[in-house]
Design a protein around this ligand. Structure first.
Ligand code: 5GP
Ligand code: ZN
Length: 115
């Protein structure tokens, strides 16, 4: 995917604050954090979203990285939330599978009204 910003981050062609990286997964700070801890976890390989026929072992690697990132960011004990916006109604804006890890504050219990 030539024009995918997250592919470029995964390839280190675009700079990002990397929190964790291995052969298959990279995690980096969201450029526009919504809460004190806002890290994105992505497979290096391009998949549009979580429903894009992602190999189960790769999904496992992405979700295993959640725990590592939570520990690195110091929220493993206090707790956090993970979100994977998927597709149009999910309000996904970057169409490369990513998991938001949100924390560092007490998050609201539920979502607000649709806008
Ligand atoms: P989505 O709405 O697709 O679930 O979330 C995309 C996220 O990617 C947003 O929170 C946005 O701030 C973040 N983002 C978009 N472009 C970049 C970028 O170039 N670098 C980084 N680090 N984050 C980005
Ligand atoms: Zn991509």
């Amino acid at each position: 995917m030539n024009d995918c910003i997250f592919c470029k981050i995964a390839a280190h062609e675009v700079a990002a604050q990397v929190v964790y990286e291995d052969d298959d997964v990279i995690a980096f700070e969201d450029v526009n954090p919504q809460v004190p801890v806002h890290t994105l976890i992505i497979p290096k390989q391009h998949y549009a979203h979580v429903g894009d026929n992602v190999p189960p072992d790769l999904l496992g690697k992405v979700f295993s990285a959640v725990r590592v990132v939570a520990e690195a960011k110091g929220v493993a004990e206090s707790g956090y939330r993970i979100i994977a916006n998927s597709g149009e109604d999910g309000r996904q804006t970057v169409h490369h599978l990513h998991v938001h890890l949100l924390g560092g504050t007490r998050l609201p219990i539920r979502m607000g009204p649709a806008d």
